[in-house]
Design a binder for this molecule. Structure first.
Ligand SMILES: [Ca+2]
Ligand SMILES: [Ca+2]
Length: 245
C-alpha cells in the first residue's frame, strides 16, 4: 500500500492544504487558550455576599466595611457586593465601589499582582453605575501603578443603570510593567449625595469581570511559525520532487 506521500501527483496538492489547515488550527488554538487572570477574585464571586454581617436579603446586597474583607482586594471606606437580581456582568455578584458613608470619604479598591518589568499586560473590565445614580453620573478613575508611580490612568463615567438592569460597558487596554509588582486601583469620584442626607453617599461606580493577563510575546507566535516552517519544508520538497518525476 502506498503511503500518502508516495501516492504521487494525484494527491500531492492535498498535503500542503492539510498542513496549511493544521497550521491555521494551531494558530487558532494558540489564540483561543484562555489567558490566566493574574488577579484574585476579579469577578467578585469569592465570599458569598449572604455570609457578611450586613447582608440585606430584601435588597440582596452586602454592605462591607473594614475589618471585613473582600478576597484579593483592599478597599477604602466601604464597598457593597450586589447579588443576582441586580444583573451582574458574570456570576451572581458584582461590586459597588461606594458602600456608604460620609461624602468625601475615599471609596476605592486595589490589588497588587506580580509582573515582569518590560512585559506587556492586558487589562479588561466591565463597569456601570449604582442604581442611585441612574439619573445622575457615576465616575471613577482606574490606575495602573508601578514602582515609579502611575504608568497609566483613565477617567470613566456611566449612568442609566437601574435596580435590576445593567448596561455593562466593556473596556480594555494594554500596559507595560516597570516593576516586579504592579497595583491596579479603582477610585470612585462620583461624590453623589443621597436624597435624604446631603453629606452622605451610598452610590458609585460598579465593577465586574476584572482581568489582568500577560500578552503572549511575539516570539511565541513566531516560534510556532518557525516550527511549522521547519516541519513543512522537507514534506513540500518531497511533494514537488514526486510531481516532477
Ligand atoms: Ca461577578
Ligand atoms: Ca452602595
Amino acid at each position: 500500500m502506498k503511503s500518502f506521500l508516495e501516492s504521487g501527483s494525484k494527491n500531492w496538492p492535498q498535503l500542503p492544504r492539510a498542513a496549511l489547515l493544521g497550521a491555521i488550527a494551531a494558530f487558532a488554538l494558540l489564540d483561543s487558550v484562555p489567558a490566566q487572570n493574574l488577579l484574585v477574585n476579579g469577578d467578585f464571586e469569592q465570599n458569598d455576599r449572604r455570609t457578611y454581617p450586613n447582608y440585606y436579603p430584601a435588597e440582596d446586597l452586602a454592605y462591607i466595611a473594614q475589618p471585613e474583607v473582600v478576597p484579593g482586594w483592599s478597599f477604602g471606606h466601604s464597598v457593597d457586593l450586589y447579588g443576582a437580581i441586580h444583573a451582574p456582568q458574570n456570576g451572581t455578584q458584582y461590586l459597588d465601589l461606594v458602600g456608604g458613608g460620609p461624602l468625601g470619604s475615599e471609596f476605592s479598591i486595589q490589588q497588587t499582582f506580580a509582573t515582569t518589568p518590560g512585559a506587556i499586560y492586558d487589562l479588561r473590565f466591565y463597569y456601570g453605575n449604582n442604581e442611585n445614580l441612574a439619573a445622575a453620573m457615576a465616575s471613577f478613575t482606574a490606575l495602573i501603578i508601578g514602582n515609579s508611580g502611575p504608568i497609566w490612568s483613565q477617567n470613566f463615567t456611566h449612568t442609566g443603570d437601574t435596580y435590576n438592569a445593567h448596561d455593562w460597558t466593556f473596556f480594555s487596554t494594554t500596559f507595560t510593567a516597570d516593576s516586579a509588582t504592579t497595583i491596579l486601583r479603582f477610585l470612585d469620584t462620583s461624590n453623589f449625595a443621597t436624597s435624604y442626607d446631603p453629606v452622605y453617599t451610598v452610590g458609585g461606580a460598579t465593577l465586574d469581570g476584572v482581568v489582568v493577563s500577560a500578552v503572549p510575546e511575539p516570539g511565541g507566535v513566531a516560534a510556532v511559525a518557525v516550527i511549522f516552517g521547519v516541519c513543512l519544508t522537507p514534506i513540500l520538497r518531497r511533494c514537488f520532487a514526486t510531481r516532477r518525476r
